[in-house]
Design a protein around this ligand. Sequence first.
Ligand code: GTP
Ligand code: SPV
Ligand code: MN
Length: 592
Amino acid sequence: MTNNKTVIQWLDDMKALLTPDKMVWVDGSDEQREELRRIAVECGELVKLNEEKLPGCYLHRTKPNDVARVEDRTFICTSTREMAGPTNNWCDPAEMYKKLYDIARGSYKGRTMYVIPYSMGPIGSPLAKIGIEITDSVYVVLNMLIMTRVSPKVLEVLGDSNDWVRGLHSRCDIDPEKRYICHFPEDNTIISVNSGYGGNVLLGKKCFALRIASFQGWKEGWMAEHMLILGLQNPKGEIHYVAAAFPSACGKTNLAMLIPPEYLRKKGYKVWTVGDDIAWMRIGEDGRLYAINPENGFFGVAPGTNEHSNFNALESTKRNTIFTNVALDLNDNTVWWEGLNKNLPENALDWKGNPWDPAKFNKADKTTCAAHPNSRFTAPAENCPCISDEFNKGAGVPISAIIFGGRRAKCAPLVYQSRDWENGVFIGSAMASETTAAAAGAVGVVRRDPMAMLPFCGYHMGDYFRHWLDMGKKLGDKAPKIFNVNWFRTDDEGNFVWPGFGDNMRVLNWIIDRCEGKADATETAIGYVPKPEDIDLTDLDMDMATLKDILTVDKDVWTKEAAEIEEHYKKFGDHLPAELRAQLDTLKKNLG
Ligand code: GTP
Ligand code: SPV
Ligand code: MN
């Protein structure tokens, strides 16, 4: 497949370590994919679904102990602990290589070593990067075929270069005690052992496109971010692009594929999806910030996805999709999850493969759910009805606005705008959100998650903030405007106040109007908040008083918030940029 000496050498080393029975190059062809699907069904890794209703679709169940990313077992192995910073687990690279090689040694015995050459970003794009993942899991291969661009052309583009990311995945025994997801940013290497769950094993995604790439971006002057990218088309046919960073399971896929409310659709508003999870951004020749989506598919949260909440995501899953840890409806051999519809299947298997009794289902008790709360679909981007024309072009789209957001029951208003880039970086650095099922551990606990990158930044987050400030200086007056949103404010009964989903378009419109200097705002202690009358409530069952309520900046709540940010900042020591310290002081002063 290749004469690249660095590739050949690594594969030889890996073969000697892992001792597979045979090695297979993955070439991205339809014939090979069919053969791999057949193998996966035969060995029980996949269940073939109803070919009429869900052509080319399959179900996969992971081990019950292996259903989400494991942040406590994820390591950044840089030459010094300081480089990885206070928010990452760190281990000395030599020590970690030894430990991992001891775990992985001989683990491919009796198995096939699949070699996957893939491109993150359109093959050959100047913004794209190349990786090679080896794995002993057919499920991983079939997912990588959806999530990345796999082709022999990748190796042609690579040529003799050593600029590629090595990724070793071994299922081993799926032993949670020996599970490690490790990154060696100085060696462009990733090693993942003892897991079979998406975010831990699809190494092009979080491991490469965020942890390794954020480190590369820091060194090379670009940005790798946990952001969706969407294009917002107005009635004149102009498209403005925005990128938005929300923590895991906080609404990126939903916002990226939004369908505007009917009255706006009729006027000619439309949203185009460029990406739903990751953005790579570089300064273009005209000085603006350009973004590509390095992925080729969506690894989306299933529960809550339905034809009303996210029609386009649901459509994307109708063919050539792999479902992980959802329920199997035995009546017609299709899939089901909580929130898909109100027809609880009478004859179904839950995500563990056990018979499921709809009579015992209780929404509040996750252990009675048919689908795991972090069950997912892996769907090709080409299936998405609103995929952007720019998606396959390597040039990237110019970003007008960057949006931060998270789940905050109180505190953050529906939307506000930063005073400037530096203030926007402050807002991103201080972001917090209630935790979700996307990572193992407690759900619903507020934690600081700067730029939604806490689990994904491959170096010291203080240096990461500095990098953001530096990018802003380079962008100057061409920098995107920075905003913060919160769809998740709740009332006293704990219900979401803002309708969310398609209605978020009302907020996006204000954001674009602000970028164009068309909308007014009120300056508050934390930044610019819309005048209530500037958020269009047409056709919405919401009164002005309620809207005003979710736009308010409560001084007491924010004073407490400022104190928590102060605590949060202490972690970064002298890596915390002085500008951000000054921003916090300004916030405290503004709050009086
Ligand atoms: P990752 O793939 O983990 O990075 O997540 P994501 O940010 O893409 O999250 P996603 O869009 O899949 O949303 C996760 C959950 O948030 C789903 O259960 C959605 O139903 C819910 N959600 C998304 N948007 C909204 C919204 O505007 N309002 C409310 N209340 N819930 C939302
Ligand atoms: C996330 O957790 O942010 C995801 C899913 O997008 S995973 O690929 O598992 O990280
Ligand atoms: Mn994500």
